[in-house]
Design a protein around this ligand. Structure first.
Ligand code: ADP
Length: 341
């Protein structure tokens, strides 16, 4: 059997790869390498073709006798920044340069860093307030009964805020942990909606909100996790009440063919007549800690995680979440769930 040519081997590699010969010229390069460094690499001096100081240094190190050398390389591709790890290795009297795209890993890392920074910030605000009040109670307000009662009430509010945040973080991580597992339980969506409304009846009355739901007279069964479903609808109904609706309406419909899912399932609309949401915010609404108005969200006890939890639960159930809203016109949050995910 004939030995494969270096060019064939390089061409078969999935990532960008090129081979530099003794003459310092590029002897083989695959299409991915041309995509990264530009077309027409063959036969050119490597320093002219690559022009990336970090990679050139790595090549020189290996030419100088190193067993291998790595370099990081930032490139702009298709309008976005990408990060690559280049590895240079000697093979006989040639040098093999391969590159690995690290962008996806870097993106996940960046998201994790942002998330930790956000959580820390969200916890720090109430914590700082509480520390301030504790110091005042230990010092200047030690013998002031009226101030004590007032400060304790505020401290309780701040502690509850931290408690809600921690609860939502735990819910989010529980949902994420089950995201790849198919729900095995059966849930009655009609019963779930009714129990969410019973649970929120006190809050609705306090806020002067009327809630309507024409509950079907027989169970509407789907394959779903009942606790997670309850959480989805309580987050949506609570949001409608928190953000200024006077009237909230729930619609539940069964369908033998939901177009988005191409399967039978249920469609639940949570409709409110509140202030609505400007369309520019809609694409980012389900991101963690994204709020249209942070101050208002905090004031009404929001954590910024409610819709992120909704999105994850719906996606675990292979369903869809749709939001239709415009400023001043109220909002409709629609959840489609397949009968069987
Ligand atoms: P929060 O805890 O802040 O309510 P969510 O993730 O539940 O966080 O919602 C994100 C943001 O979406 C809210 O801060 C609010 O600005 C907006 N929002 C959600 N539901 C509604 C609604 N029914 N009407 C108006 N704005 C809403």
């Amino acid at each position: 059997m004939a030995m494969p040519l270096a060019a064939d081997l390089i061409g078969a590699l999935p990532g960008p790869a090129l081979l530099i010969g003794k003459s310092q010229r590029i002897e083989a390069a695959n299409a991915a390498a041309e995509g990264l460094f530009g077309a027409g690499l063959l036969g050119r001096h490597y320093a002219v073709a690559i022009r990336q100081p970090s990679i050139l240094e790595a090549i020189e190190a290996v030419q100088g006798g190193a067993a291998s050398a790595n370099a990081r390389y930032l490139a702009r591709r298709d309008g976005r920044d990408t990060t690559w790890k280049a590895q240079v290795k000697p093979i006989g009297d040639t040098f093999l340069v391969t590159l690995e795209d690290l962008s996806a890993t870097e993106e996940v890392d960046q998201m994790r860093r942002d998330f930790v920074a956000n959580v820390s910030h969200e916890l720090k605000t109430p914590l700082t307030a509480m520390i301030g009040f504790i110091e005042t109670l230990q010092g200047p307000a030690r013998d002031d009964a009226a101030a004590r009662a007032r400060f304790l009430a505020t401290m309780q509010r701040e502690a509850q805020r931290m408690h809600r945040l921690v609860e939502d973080l735990l819910s989010l991580s529980r949902v994420e942990a089950t995201e790849r597992m198919r729900p095995r339980d059966t849930a009655d969506v009609a019963l779930t909606l009714a129990s969410v409304l019973t649970m929120l009846a006190g809050k609705a009355e306090e806020a002067g909100v009327t809630v309507q739901f024409a509950r079907p007279d027989k169970p509407v069964l789907i394959n779903a996790d009942p606790d997670q479903l309850r959480q989805v609808f309580s987050n949506l109904v609570e949001n409608a009440m928190k953000y200024g609706a006077q009237r909230v309406e729930l619609h539940l419909a069964e369908s033998e063919h939901i177009p988005e899912l191409r399967r039978p399932g249920v469609v639940v609309d949570v409709i409110d007549d509140g202030p609505g949401i400007d369309s520019m915010h809609l694409p980012r609404l389900t991101e963690r800690f994204y709020r249209v108005d942070t101050h208002r969200s905090r004031e009404v006890g929001g954590t910024g995680l409610g819709l992120a939890i909704v999105k994850h639960v719906v996606s675990r159930h292979r369903g869809r979440l749709r939001v239709a809203s415009s400023e001043g016109e109220g909002s409709v949050f629609t959840v489609c769930l397949p009968r069987e995910p």
